[in-house]
Design a protein around this ligand. Structure first.
Ligand SMILES: [Zn+2]
Length: 69
């Protein structure tokens, strides 16, 4: 099951959740506000740093190990 990361703008809480299906929002465990899914912070940025060889992550798209870009 993929691990998704969510961020609650209301209480500034970031949490991870295992979701069977891709979800855009999830209730915050702290305040129950609707939290938006965010891309993994490890991949965030403009892709200028690193070199793309780290853990097979893809900086060209939102996927991990996409192998197509
Ligand atoms: Zn919250």
């Amino acid at each position: 099951m993929p691990l998704y990361e969510f961020y609650c703008a209301q209480c500034k809480t970031k949490f991870e959740e295992l979701c069977a299906a891709s979800r855009e929002t999830l209730s915050c465990p702290e305040c129950a506000a609707e939290s938006k899914r965010v891309l993994s912070t490890f991949r965030a940025g403009r892709g200028a740093a690193g070199g793309g060889a780290s853990s097979g992550g893809c900086s060209g798209c939102s996927g991990k190990n996409c192998g197509s870009c």
